[in-house]
Every structure is written in C-alpha cells, then in structure tokens.
Design a protein around this ligand. Structure first.
Ligand SMILES: C[S@@+](CC[C@H](N)C(=O)[O-])C[C@H]1O[C@@H](n2cnc3c(N)ncnc32)[C@H](O)[C@@H]1O
Length: 293
C-alpha cells in the first residue's frame, strides 16, 4: 500500500471507531485463519474442471434475456467511463454484471441481497433488472474502501439516481449489515457474495443467510479461487451447483435451471440503514451524472 493509502486508512479508522473494529477483525482474520486466503490445489483443479462459460449457459436457458443482458452491459460500460474518471480512485473490478442482470431477469427475485458494492457494477445490474421486472428490491452490504480518500462518497457511484429508491445500502461491514438486512425481509431469493473473500467471511455470511433462503433461492459467489470454501461447501452439503467463468471464478449454489416461483406476496421494508448518508453524499456525484445524461 502507498503512503497515502496508509494515511487514508488511519484517518478512516480514527474518524469511524466502530468501523475501526471491523478493520482490526479483518487483519486478525488474515493472521489467525490459516484457510483465509490460502489457495488449495485440489479445489483449484476441481473448479477449473467444472467451469462452464456463462454466456453459453445463459444462452442455452434464455437466449433473448442474454441478448438483453449484453445490451445492458454495453450501456453500463459506456456510462461508467466518465463517472470513474471523475471519481479518480481505484475502485477495483466489478462482478459479472451481465450474468447477474440475466439471472435477475430470469428468476424475477423479490429479495436480492448482495455483499460488496464498491463502484456498484453489480448493484446497477440488479437494480436495472429488478426495475425491468417491475418487482423486487435490492439490499446491499458494503464496507468503504478505506485506502481511498473519502471512500464513502464513491460507494455505488455507478448506480443511476433513478434506481436508488429501490435500494437499501448498508456500509458497516457484513457482520453488522447482514443481521440488519435479514431482520427486514421475510426471505431471500438471490444472494450475490462479493465482499470479504476470506474463508471465514464466506462461512459467516452463508451460515447467516442460508436459513432465510427461499427453497428455490440461489447464492452466487465470486472469486472462488481465493480458497477452498466453495469446494468444501459442496462436499459438505452436496446440493446442486454451477461453476462459471474462466478457471471457475464464480459459482452458483442452488438449481440454476429451475424457473423459480416468480414474485411472492409479502411486505418489503422502507429505508432502515443508518448509512443513508452515504446515499446523500452520492447524490452530489450522481446529480452531476444525471445532468450529463
Ligand atoms: C470486489 S468489491 C465489490 C465489487 C462490486 N460487486 C461490483 O461489481 O462493483 C468488494 C467490496 O467489498 C467490500 N468489503 C470488504 N470486506 C467487507 C466486509 N467485511 N463487509 C462488507 N463489505 C466488505 C470492499 O470494501 C469492496 O467495496
């Protein structure tokens, strides 16, 4: 990390003592959890051998929705260039937003929970697909990229202002955010896990989310190569799964080919996260964005 990165990290921890604790936990995990980021040769070979091309899978199930997803992706990439230039900070790469858009259109989930927002490639994909479906709400859990200056102002910078009314964004870390989110929903239809990539981080979140998952619900997980969590989970639970992307970068727990039950009746909450201030700060960025559009 650069000197500026260390300085930003220290500033962030001092200004946010509660979040400072999350940062301490992250460091401790790296030191105390031997499986945290250890690569696992056997599981890497298994991932690569099982991997399928997401475009081929999507086309074989719902080709017209895949074309729509590709169109969405092209539009998002074009919109993203000036926004990310203006932010001028390293926000990391995005998840497979085209596949997630397609999956959301296919399954028509009522409740989507994602962990890991950063610039919001995947948040924008979920929200755009939910808007097109005319049903469903997105609950996101993030933690600011504390190496950057004023990291909160950039969370979800790619999410269109018009879609944000359907979005609950919490940014205190999964350990705090996920229980809050789960307390607000009757069930979860679709999970995208793209936050704390350590073994224990994945384990914690899935153990928490699984009991609320609808019978036909899906958990999509990114960066499977980081450790053997996914392989171990399949060995333990032996449910249906699909592994996608080059080398098996991400996976789906649950039956991908089932049609899902479509929207369920039920309540969906209004705003609840204390971190709506994130959104307020974002408005400043977004309004410039929408003025340009
Ligand atoms: C790979 S990025 C997410 C990319 C995003 N899905 C997209 O497509 O643009 C990972 C994000 O997870 C956040 N994160 C890391 N640890 C976390 C934790 N314990 N709880 C919540 N978010 C966390 C990081 O700060 C970062 O914003």
């Amino acid at each position: 990390m650069s000197a500026e990165g260390y300085l930003n990290t220290a500033r962030f921890a001092l200004a946010n003592p509660r979040r400072g604790l999350v940062m301490v936990r992250k460091v401790l995990t790296r030191v105390t959890d031997p499986r945290a980021y250890r690569e696992h040769r056997e599981s890497l070979a298994w991932l690569a051998s099982e991997a399928q091309d997401p475009a081929t899978v999507a086309q074989s199930i719902a080709p017209e929705l895949w074309n729509e997803a590709l169109e969405f992706g092209a539009g998002l990439r074009e919109r993203a260039v000036p926004i990310l230039e203006r932010i001028g900070q390293d926000m990391g790469g995005g998840g497979d937003y085209e596949f997630l858009y397609w999956l959301t259109r296919l399954r028509r989930p009522e409740v989507v929970v994602e962990t890991g927002v950063a610039a919001g490639w995947t948040s924008q994909a979920f929200l755009a697909a939910l808007a097109r479906n005319g049903v469903g709400r997105l609950y996101s859990s993030d933690f600011p990229l504390f190496r950057n200056q004023n990291p909160e102002t950039a969370i979800g910078c790619l999410v269109e202002p018009a879609l944000r009314a359907n979005w609950e964004l919490c940014s205190d870390g999964d350990a705090i955010n996920l229980p809050l989110i789960l307390a607000r929903v009757s069930h979860v239809d679709l999970v995208h896990y793209d936050s704390d990539k350590s073994y224990s981080g994945r384990d914690f979140a899935v153990r928490l989310l699984r009991p609320s998952l609808a019978p036909d619900g899906l958990i999509v997980m990114d960066d499977l190569h980081n450790n053997s969590w996914f392989h171990d989970d399949i060995s333990r639970a032996s449910g249906p799964y699909t592994i996608l992307g080059e080398g098996g970068r991400y996976g789906v727990l649950g039956e991908l080919r089932s049609d899902g039950n479509g929207p369920r009746a039920g309540e969906l909450g209004s705003e609840f996260c204390q971190d709506r201030q994130v959104g307020v700060e974002l408005d400043a960025i977004k309004s410039t964005d929408s003025e340009r559009e």
